[in-house]
Design a protein around this ligand. Structure first.
Ligand code: CMC
Length: 432
């Protein structure tokens, strides 16, 4: 963080003395006003629900330029990572700041691969859930439950514990997501296989069975890997901020990541991919392309409570770059599966083109986000709709850990403790 040449002055119309606020510059993006001493100097807080103008931390991991529609992981554009690297390269990059050289890549892949099994006892824990439980409910429990199984990596202040819990989480998430799925459909769990890639192993644990050999389809494997890359990190979004806030109390990494899973579940965040696909199903049920006009009318009516799911973003005021890459993957997967004429994909494309020309969406700068097409790809792969957010959680785990570890290593880190503007009753006495 570098001090800028200029300072900001805050003055008051009631004659209270004005104060100077230091201004800091990042490498790119808006400068920040440092208000840390504001309360001590003025007896006032700032007010910013939803963090519309507040940087909650400094971070060197991910950068989004919402106006340009640009996403960088450690400086590298998402388009380059999605075409030239795999998910484990991306994990290494997010955790360590640089892409791995060939030796580092081989060592990292081996390390992750050797941690993919989960404690055998986890399956008995899983058995306590109803079979029809939502996978996100199961995952919130399983991820938090890891802290009950891996006692030797729960001290967040110990760098070695942080490192091994990071590897454990990245390695075990696919196993847990697949176990949650298999449990729900009543099939036996598939143990991980070390000769497969990260994505290939996940596909086999999801769709393999003990009766026959599972052959990984390379197009689907690449698509799965790309889904993981596109969801790996997204700077200070709601779930990442939740992980940081939760971890700031010194809780163990598994508990902090479980908090992230819980936050991601909501339909305004990771739950949007599930909601977007359900929305497409609903429109299709009501008559398909012909009903798009009626649906858009409902979306524009503020009293209807209906939103165009998979559209809009707090930061992107342009096309989400992940949505473009996801659309490309969607084309590839649908043609590999012989589903080029998939009516849901056609419906999504039509809906997108109508929304992109509609004044309501244009004036509010609402564009498709990553979730608009990810549901169609996942459905084509065979992933059930209620597992979409679980896949997002699997992929985002590395981002959460990288952000958590960055926070804990920051000498300026403190427990997160926002203030408030109290609007309740002043002190009063019980009269009876
Ligand atoms: N459909 C209809 N109207 C919308 C939509 C939408 N999807 N998104 C925003 N708007 C309207 C909103 O009603 C508001 O209108 P007005 O100015 O007239 O009150 C205006 O656009 C600004 O929206 P906002 O709600 O103030 O923006 P926000 O930054 O608070 O919300 C959002 C961002 C992502 C929660 C919101 O766009 C949304 O709910 N989208 C649908 C859910 C979705 O697709 N979420 C996935 C986000 S990307 C994946 C992830 O990061 O998890």
């Amino acid at each position: 963080m570098k001090l800028a040449d200029n300072k900001a002055t805050l003055s008051f119309s009631n004659g209270s003395p004005s104060i100077e606020l230091p201004v800091y510059q990042g490498t790119i993006g808006p400068d920040v006003l440092d208000i840390r001493k504001l309360y001590a100097q003025t007896d006032k807080f700032t007010y910013d629900p939803g963090f519309l103008s507040t940087a909650s931390c400094q971070s060197a991991i991910t950068y989004i330029d919402g106006d340009k529609g640009e996403l960088l992981y450690r400086g590298y554009p998402i388009e380059q990572l999605a075409t030239n690297c795999n998910y484990l390269d991306t994990c290494y990059l997010l955790l360590n700041g640089e892409l791995p050289d060939p030796q580092q890549k081989a060592d990292f892949e081996k390390l992750v691969t050797n941690h993919t099994m989960v404690n055998e006892q986890m399956q008995f824990f899983l058995r306590g859930f109803r079979r029809d439980a939502h996978p996100m409910a199961v995952l919130t429990g399983l991820v938090g439950g890891l802290s009950a199984f891996y006692h030797d990596s729960t001290d967040i202040n110990n760098p070695e514990h942080r490192e091994i819990s990071a590897i454990r989480l990245i390695a075990k998430m696919p196993t847990l997501v697949a176990m949650a799925y298999k449990y729900g459909v009543g099939q036996p769990y598939q143990y991980p296989q070390n000769h497969l890639s990260y994505a290939g192993n996940f596909l086999r644990m999801m769709f393999g069975n003990p009766c026959e050999e599972y052959k990984v389809n390379p197009v689907i494997e690449r698509a799965m890997d790309r889904i993981f890359i596109l969801h790996a990190d997204h700077e200070q979004n709601a779930s990442t901020s939740t992980v940081r806030l939760c971890g700031s109390s010194g809780t163990n990494p598994f508990a902090a990541i479980a908090a992230g899973v819980a936050c991601l579940w909501g339909p305004a965040h990771g739950g949007a991919n599930e909601a977007a696909l359900n929305m497409l199903y609903d429109i299709q049920k009501q008559g398909g392309v012909e009903k798009i006009g009626d649906f858009i009318k409902q979306v524009k009516d503020k009293n209807s409570g209906v939103k165009l799911m998979g559209f809009g973003h707090r930061v992107y005021k342009n096309y989400d770059p992940r949505a473009k890459l996801m659309q490309e993957t969607c084309n590839e997967v649908l043609s590999a599966m012989g589903l080029e004429k998939d009516p849901l994909f056609a419906l999504a494309k039509k809906l997108e083109s109508i929304a992109l020309e509609d004044e309501y969406f244009v004036s509010r700068k609402l564009y498709p986000n990553v979730d608009f097409y990810s549901g169609i790809v996942q459905r084509a792969i065979g992933i059930p709709v209620n597992l979409f957010t679980g896949i997002f959680a699997l992929a985002r785990t590395v981002g959460w850990i990288a952000q958590l570890n960055e926070m804990i290593s920051d000498p300026e880190y403190k427990i997160g403790r926002p203030r408030q503007l109290y609007t309740g009753s002043p002190r009063r006495d019980i009269k009876r």
